[in-house]
Design a protein around this ligand. Structure first.
Ligand SMILES: [Zn+2]
Length: 343
């Protein structure tokens, strides 16, 4: 890249970082007047629900937390799993101090028993994480503006070649996220937690990986197409949280309880839930790594993987990796799956 292109990359990078630092409280509109205190750096994955457990001397492994075009360019468009402080992991500035404390108190201050309220709050956090980045901060738009400029410069080429995933965000996605947030906000205010369904996979030891993310599933665990991204219709979402507490691990899939979404989720799981626990854990792990950027690992666990397993993991975290599952027996164990059930 020449000097002018580097300069432009620098300017674009600061704009992107500035956008990523945007702060506002994400509560329902009619709760805004109660906001109190600063917008705080809130963890999208609770420290007390596994993140602290898997840290060694306060350090964990994960993907870069802020878009950094220089790093991206340096690595030839590849994402690298990095070591970071647990306080930097999974942080967004999306609630004021009062609301962060009050809303999430049942998962931050009470024993985790996978109650409908606690599972709802985990799903709510995953939704807000996605809504905040896509609708409030709107990182995709910064880059799509650039995409629209008709120029053949090296910088434009760089953006086109190496960051297509940022521009795939569409107006449809924002519309669907706003729609889902209205439903979640209503549940939060009226405490009718049964409007969200959960499927829980539970293990008998602490987890070596935690995650929290939202996905519009387009393929099932058996790689069958279940929704079409190119259709203007509403797409159902699944909210996924991997946590651990008191020596147990949980991977919780949550969704809005309506006929369309129930059908999509049923197709999404396919025959997964009738398989043996080892096969399920293989497939869940591959699914999470291929679909989530917001996941963190224990350093010791990562070092215990053999070379082939590390190679799989490093390939699967890439944003443009083929998201179809290999359904293979890679034997990477992160949770010690024992049972699973619908809540
Ligand atoms: Zn607030």
């Amino acid at each position: 890249m020449n000097q002018i292109s580097m300069k432009k990359l620098g300017a674009e990078n600061s704009r992107l970082q500035k956008k990523a630092n945007f702060k506002s409280c994400s509560v329902p509109d009619n709760m805004r007047m109660e906001c109190l205190g600063k917008i705080i750096k809130a963890h999208t994955i609770s420290k007390c629900l596994g993140l602290s457990d898997l840290a060694i001397k306060g350090r964990v492994l994960g993907l870069p937390q802020k878009p950094n075009l220089f790093e991206y360019h340096k690595n030839g468009g590849k994402l690298e799993i990095l070591e970071m402080g647990v306080n930097e992991a999974s942080v967004l500035q999306c609630f004021c101090a009062k609301h962060d404390r009050e809303i999430f108190s049942p998962i931050e201050n009470e024993d985790f028993i996978a109650s409908p309220e606690q599972c709802f709050l985990l799903a709510y956090r995953a939704l807000i994480n996605e809504w905040y980045k896509s609708v409030q901060v709107d990182l995709a738009d910064v880059l799509s503006e650039k995409m629209k400029q008709k120029s053949n410069e090296a910088f434009h080429q760089f953006i086109c070649d190496e960051i297509p995933d940022y521009v795939q965000e569409t107006e449809w996605k924002k519309r669907d996220l706003n729609h889902d947030k209205d439903i979640f906000d209503d549940i939060l205010i009226n405490k009718n937690f049964s409007k969200i369904k959960h499927y829980i996979f539970m293990g008998d030891r602490s987890s070596d990986m935690v995650c929290s993310f939202t996905l519009n599933p387009d393929i099932s665990f058996e790689n069958k197409e279940i929704q079409n991204y190119n259709s203007p219709d509403y797409l159902a979402s699944v909210y996924v949280n991997g946590i651990s507490c008191e020596g147990n691990s949980y991977v919780i899939f949550s969704w809005i309880d309506n006929d369309y979404t129930n059908k999509v989720i049923n197709n999404f799981f396919g025959g997964l839930r009738s398989k043996d626990n080892d096969t399920i854990e293989n497939d869940i792990f591959e699914f999470i790594i291929k679909n989530s950027e917001n996941n963190f690992f224990s350093i010791k666990w990562y070092e215990s993987l053999n070379r082939t397993q590390t190679k799989y993991l490093d390939a699967w975290v890439q944003p443009l990796s083929n998201r179809k599952l290999n359904n293979m027996n890679h034997k990477i164990r992160f949770m010690g799956l024992q049972k699973h059930y619908l809540l």
